[in-house]
Design a binder for this molecule. Structure first.
Ligand code: NDP
Length: 510
């Protein structure tokens, strides 16, 4: 591991186009910028050095309710629902172009606020624009079905928007997670109240300014800031919200599901994971090592689908682990603005504590710490940095094997045969993602089909496509985002039956 130091980024210059009201980054509600009803604010920090970079409005329940009402009016009385799909699509295509035009700015805002290296925020910004493009295209494609029912009826379905969608997203992909929620919802004709994480609201507010510039009708997109416990809870519990969509931790997902019972609103949950990466002895060695590193250390392991359990065939184990540790120790950790940096910081001091508590638990449970496990000092001491960490000699019951750490911590497990590999892969409450590396294509397919996970890869890790569904089995969530599945999740299906022989039936009282 090598520490990369870098002078602090110039926050004022990077955030130049982020709207302010009285010097505070505001919320976007009903097409207007507003501060919190009670005037509360909070500072947002750069995780690479702990410095405050902006003061943002700290909304509460009253602000969430105002945003819900604005969205309700926009859906019930505004032009969005009756606008043709082609017109909605045209606006969404313009938005995609606007994101592209400001790509560098979005990259820098998210690197400043989240800490991840520019090469990762570039991917996020490109993908965000393409996500809007994908759903803009989908808006005008056929969505209904016709049915061959007994005469004299003609039966078919149409898809209609659900209505007001509450959307709650985390801090690990600030721009992209907001876009994964907004793009399908808007394309399908819904209106949105989005709550970003309190830690990373800046790129979402910048995005809201683009919605304003492009003259999306007022109230179609609302961004409300504030804590999950008040603002998020209000969105999930409100009887005026028709759907709640959430990405974040499984514990929070459970609480949102409980809140959503108030009016039995539709619900989509994208939750945590403890995803297995199974490597057989016949795999391409260098490729498997490469993706094992990428699977866990991309975004410093703060990825729901991270390959956080490396499940190695015993005959391969020693050679593989040796190379893995050698490469992990060469990872350049530092400020995401330095082009040398390969891995950035943990999002916050609180989350770093949480990751460290798992590292301590691993040592106490008797796992062998092969590398990392420590904070980074020297020029990186003021940021929330943890060295890439690998544990070996684990057993399936250990907390570090079972629980989502959400940091740069890899645990190694060992198997002898295919059946044991599958058993280990499936041995957690999660089922988000998984991968297998082998040159035996039949074995690869057998193992993948037995994996209880929603997103899987053969001989690769992490590629994610706007076109393909994203979501988990078991306690990793409910429903799917992206692709046509993600669009359908923002629609109601209406069955329409037309009588082609208009005459009384004579069933009663003749
Ligand atoms: P949370 O699940 O708490 O946060 C995600 C979002 O939910 C944030 O916007 C948060 O608001 C909001 N939220 C929090 N509590 C509620 C609530 N009661 N009702 C409605 N919304 C709420 O994640 P944390 O940041 O606390 O991280 C905890 C763990 O969750 C991580 O260690 C990781 O294991 C997991 N996680 C998984 C993610 C994933 O992509 N699967 C993403 C992030 C975390 P606020 O602004 O207050 O944080």
């Amino acid at each position: 591991m090598q520490a990369v130091s870098h002078p602090p980024a110039n926050a004022d210059e990077i955030l130049h186009n982020v709207p302010r009201v009285d010097g505070v980054v505001p919320m976007y509600v009903g097409g207007a910028w507003r501060l919190a009803a009670d005037g509360a604010t909070r500072d947002v920090c750069n995780p690479a050095n702990g410095l405050a970079i902006a003061t943002v409005a700290e909304g509460g329940a009253a602000d969430a309710e105002a945003a819900i009402l604005a969205a309700r009016r926009a859906f019930d009385d505004g032009p969005w629902g009756t606008m043709s799909a082609a017109d909605r699509a045209a606006l969404l295509f313009k938005l995609a172009d606007a994101i592209d035009a400001h790509r560098e700015e979005f990259m820098r805002i998210d690197t400043l606020n989240n800490g991840k290296p520019l090469r990762e925020t570039e991917y996020d910004a490109v993908d965000a624009a393409n996500c809007f493009r994908y759903y803009a295209g989908l808006a005008t494609k056929p969505h209904g079905q016709t049915f061959d029912v007994p005469a004299p009826s003609q039966t078919f379905t149409v898809r209609e928007p659900i209505g007001v969608c509450g959307q709650i997203v985390p801090w690990n992909y600030p721009l992209l997670m907001a876009v994964w929620k907004l793009a399908p919802a808007l394309a399908a004709g819904n209106v949105c109240v989005l709550k970003p994480s309190e830690l990373t609201p800046l790129s979402t507010i910048r995005l809201a300014a683009l919605f304003e510039e492009l003259e999306f009708p007022a109230g179609v997109v609302n961004v409300v800031l504030g804590p999950g416990a008040t603002v998020g809870h209000t969105l999930a519990a409100s009887a005026l919200v028709d759907k709640i969509a959430f990405t974040g931790g499984t514990k929070t997902g459970r609480s949102i599901m409980h809140d959503a019972t108030s009016n039995l609103k539709k619900i989509s949950l994208e939750l945590g994971g403890k995803s297995p990466n199974v490597v057989f002895a016949d795999a391409d060695f260098d490729t498997a090592v490469d993706y094992a590193l990428f699977g866990i250390f991309a975004n410093a392991g703060q990825v729901c689908s991270a390959g956080s359990r490396l499940i190695l065939q015993r005959s391969l184990h020693d050679r593989f682990v040796e190379r893995l540790v050698e490469r992990a120790q060469k990872i350049r950790v530092g400020d995401g603005f330095d082009p040398q940096t390969e891995m950035g910081p943990i999002i916050s001091p609180v989350h770093r504590e949480r990751v460290e508590s798992y590292i301590r638990a691993g040592e106490e449970e008797g796992a062998q710490l092969l590398c990392g496990g420590n904070r980074l000092g020297g020029p990186l001491a003021s940021g929330n940095f943890i060295a890439p960490t690998i544990f070996d000699d684990t057993s399936p019951g250990m907390r570090i094997v079972q629980e989502e750490i959400f940091g740069p911590v890899l645990v190694v497990q060992t198997f002898d045969d295919e059946a044991q590999a599958v058993a280990l892969a499936n041995d957690t409450v999660y089922g988000l993602a998984g991968a297998v590396f082998t040159n035996d294509i039949a074995k690869a397919h057998r193992v993948i089909r037995k994996m209880r996970a929603g997103i899987t890869w053969i001989n690769t890790y992490h590629p994610t496509y706007n076109e393909a569904p994203w979501g988990g089995y078991k306690q990793s969530g409910i429903g799917r985002e992206l692709g046509t599945y993600g669009y359908d999740a923002y629609t109601e299906v209406k069955q329409i039956n037309v009588n082609l022989d208009v005459a009384p039936s004579g069933w009663f009282g003749q």
